[in-house]
Design a protein. Sequence first.
Length: 364
Amino acid sequence: MIPGSVSAPDSGAEFSVGRICSGPDQAIAGRLTDDWILEGSRLAKTSNEVLTATQKTFARVLLSIGMAGSLSLLLFVEIPGNGLWHRALLDSAHGPIFAAVAVLLLLMRAPEARTRRSAYVIAFVAALVLGILIEFVQSLGGRPGSAFDVMTDAAGAAAGLALWSLFQRQPGDHPWPAIAIALAGTTFIAWPPLQAANAYAHRAVVFPTIVDFRGPEGLRFVTTYGSPAWIAAFPAPWAQEADERALRIRYDEQHVAAMRVLEPQADWRGYSIVAVDITNPADRELQLTFRVFDAAHDGNHADRLNLPLVIPPQTRTTIRVALTAVESAPQGRSMDLAQIADVMLFGREAQPPAELYLSRIWLE
């Protein structure tokens, strides 16, 4: 071998620092190799930390967007409709929205802090404060605030956090408190639709009665426009059966006697008469108007039935109106008896303080 030259290693030989370095050079090369490995590990760890921080920031942004979108549904979205189902579902919609909001607030905390009981309490209180602020903002915009909505917000937040805790439960954790909270909150949220379903079922069962006040179900489809009204026992002189009850409407110079049936059964075909059972216990006559219109009503006075009624003093009276008169009431067209949309009984003018009793309205 020529002095000063290096022979090529065999094809099967291992190539290592130790093979080409010896003595001090080998020690230096070893330290360099260790430094490279440590530096590579440090850079990889730093990259992972940066990636993890970016992912956390991105997740928080997504959670914030989701929460803002959920709350915007309550603040800015007007869902068309005015029926009992519509109102019940709107009341209950606060529940699932605030269940999501409360869980999103919880997830915005660091993972190691989410399992603490205090984190759940903070998320619940924050969601409740948001609910109160929403009702306040709505009141500034002309939409009345609602204490019931705040209660539904609280029920939804509690139920959502309870359900989330069940999915995150660790071995040995007792599930029953969370199950009880979730069931209580869900029941409260579902109560308005359940009441609405019961009211619709009652309405279908009692038809051809349009509305009656022997039980509280009759109030679900009635509004009185500010006139004090409640279900009360019939005065003894006019009661036709024991414990008979009716809608008692009080009126005066500021409040006309008024009662409107919301969502009456629409199809009146196959019947010939609509009847109203009304009692005037006052010592003077009561002047009312009986109004009916269909789904095609254009809002004009001439496009509906406006029938004047005079109820004699201290009298229980059944008013019967032929449906042929109802059908022919609009000028220039016939009322569609398959699409009746509104039934109302109201005073023609403010009258001295008195009251009336409305037993029921039905078809014959």
